[in-house]
Write a protein that binds this ligand. Structure first.
Ligand code: GLN
Length: 289
């Protein structure tokens, strides 16, 4: 991208939108606003109320670099290394999935299931990534304690930092390992957003996802169901009899995941739908079929 010629805030902002839009970026006005707010002292109200404010040369150059990266397919969350989830700020890294708003449904379901926020729940997060699920839950349940596991040591490092940043570190522990290996206690609430994309589908994902989310956090094997197949049969070893486990699923996996839960002997199985109307979370509990 060539340098934008205008250094006044509103025309500069309009030029940014035009460039992003011309390159086919999805919501160019939102992206332009986010970039302005990240790189300059101005916010949305300044663009409207103080359109002639000037952008410095450094801010201008940084913004041009960001726009070039965005046009090349890098999500803004990857450019700035952070993402908001459940109203909290999370650092993300090349080792973590970029948290999606859809995954907030897990937090919603957990809050409805355990209306008493003071309950001293024991929470396990399998494949914690940035830690967004566990840390959001600990921020809601002030007496709860949590354990986050991830196969990637880089993800564990990132999740630990996020626990500090969001003031729940004293109630959180993280370990690097494969699923339930080394987990030696029982939990009231188990959550997981496992990798559930079929490895044949991965090459067809958008470049934002394919080139920037870690493959380890996406690849669920040939049919995308590997994590559920491995975890469900072992889950009762770590779930309290009156506990509940919440798993994120792909939009077309409801039937398969429900069947796997039934095969593993879970009596209660419920599917929860996201705002787009897709099945997104399966909750499983209960000892007998
Ligand atoms: N929801 C992510 C996507 O569709 C996938 C995350 C996952 O595999 N857990 O890109």
């Amino acid at each position: 991208m060539s340098a934008l010629s205008n250094y006044s805030l509103k025309p500069f902002y309009d030029d940014m939108i035009a460039r992003l839009k011309g390159a086919g970026v999805n919501m160019p006005d939102l992206d332009a606003r986010f970039i302005i707010e990240e790189r300059t002292p101005y916010d949305w109200s300044d663009i409207i109320a103080r359109p002639d404010s000037s952008v410095t040369q450094t801010q201008h150059d940084e913004i041009i670099a960001d726009i070039n990266a965005r046009i090349a397919g890098k999500p803004l969350s990857r450019i700035y290394g952070c993402r908001e989830f459940w109203g909290l700020a999370f650092l993300i890294s090349e080792d973590t999935l970029d948290p999606r708003p859809d995954s907030e449904l897990i937090i919603d379901v957990a809050l409805k299931h355990f209306p008493d926020r003071d309950r001293p729940l024991e929470i396990l997060d399998l494949g914690t990534g940035s830690g967004c699920l566990l840390i959001s839950l600990l921020s809601e349940f002030k007496n709860a304690r949590g354990w986050g596991v991830d196969l990637s040591s880089g993800a564990v490092k990132c999740a630990k930092e996020n626990a500090h940043k969001n003031h729940v570190a004293v109630r959180a522990q993280f370990s690097c390992g494969s699923w339930l290996n080394g987990i030696n206690k029982k939990f009231d609430l188990i959550v997981s957003n496992p990798p559930y994309i079929s490895n044949q589908v991965i090459p067809t994902l958008s470049k934002e996802v394919r080139n920037h989310d870690p493959i380890l956090a996406l690849d669920g094997g040939d049919d995308g169901l590997d994590p559920y197949k491995e975890l469900f049969p072992q889950l009762k070893n770590v779930l309290n009899p009156d506990g509940i486990a919440l798993f994120e699923i792909g939009y077309d996996q409801e039937k398969d995941v429900m069947r796997l839960a039934e095969d593993a002997g879970f009596a209660q199985r419920t599917v929860h739908f996201d705002l787009a109307g897709n099945p997104r979370v399966v909750d499983i509990s209960g000892g007998d079929k």
